[in-house]
Design a protein around this ligand. Structure first.
Ligand code: ADP
Length: 263
């Protein structure tokens, strides 16, 4: 008789030298909403709080994370099939397809199964050592690739990033369904590009119209963890590879919720 498989059967084991306490997936409905930036900022804050922090960049076709940390070097192998992550200036351990490709501008045009396989290897073959919090920048959307990532990496929680232009309710519903299937709690929602502040008078401007994040959050019984403004300084920090220098306290509550996971 064929064996029933449950989602838990698909979970992969990390490298024998990796001891990772909590893994948080950051998801979005589509690309370009700031998922990678939110992932980076969360990691930066947890590192500032002196936790051993890692980023697994699973957004294979749009790997923007190494650039926003100004990482130039490549990841090295241990000669036995293991790969060492690259360390950022403040000591965040990182793995991304851009740390493996010779030329960062080479577009990744791989098919779904290859992408999913690469992400799995980032979990199984990278020598992460001791990590308190690992943030996984998930592939955008709810297709096969994110689903496979969901199934192969044991996530302790997920955070949904959305922008006000989107049909937030639909994205959250999909994320909730996916998380339920895998039995992973959704820690909450983060609205990015929520508003802009007038540089002269400080007034908040809802560039994309009225936000629906609060009603959506209430509908699904989820907390809103942060509302991030459109901030030219943040974009500059990313472009110049100095996201570790970002200023702003918008994300402290989200970081508190993440920190709770260890308690
Ligand atoms: P995603 O991972 O969802 O595809 P990114 O995090 O790569 O999106 O963000 C896309 C671009 O938008 C980046 O260049 C980033 O610097 C910029 N960006 C994202 N959020 C903000 C924000 N709140 N203020 C200013 N620029 C932002």
């Amino acid at each position: 008789a064929s064996r029933q498989s449950s989602p838990a059967d698909l979970l992969e084991k990390p490298h024998e030298l990796s001891h990772i306490k909590k893994v948080i997936g950051v998801v979005s409905g589509k690309g370009g909403v700031g998922k990678s930036m939110v992932t980076s900022m969360l990691a930066v804050i947890m590192r500032r709080r002196e936790f051993r922090t890692a980023i697994l960049d699973a957004d294979i076709t749009g790997p923007s994370i190494p650039k926003s940390f100004g990482i130039k070097e490549k990841a090295m192998g241990d000669g036995m099939g293991g790969i060492f992550p690259v360390e950022t200036k403040t000591g965040i351990e990182m793995m991304s397809v851009n740390l493996l490709l010779e030329n960062e501008t080479t577009p990744v045009v791989w098919r779904g199964p290859i992408i999913a396989g690469t992400v799995k290897q980032f979990w199984t073959d990278v020598i992460w050592n001791d990590v308190d919090f690992m943030f996984v920048d998930m592939p955008p959307g709810t297709g096969d690739v994110p689903l496979t990532v969901f199934q192969s990496i044991p996530l302790d929680g997920i955070i949904v990033v959305a922008s006000p232009q989107e049909l937030v309710s639909m994205i959250v519903e999909k994320a909730v369904n996916m998380a339920k299937q895998m039995n992973i709690p959704i820690l909450g929602l983060i609205e990015n590009m929520s508003y802009a502040s007038c540089p002269d008078c400080g007034k908040k401007i809802n560039v994309f119209g009225e936000s629906h994040i609060d009603e959506t959050a209430a509908k699904y019984g989820l907390p809103v963890l942060a509302k991030l403004p459109i901030d030219p300084q943040l974009a500059k920090n990313c472009d110049q590879g100095v996201i570790e220098l970002f200023e702003g306290d918008w994300m402290e509550h989200a970081a508190d919720v993440v920190e709770e996971l260890l308690k």
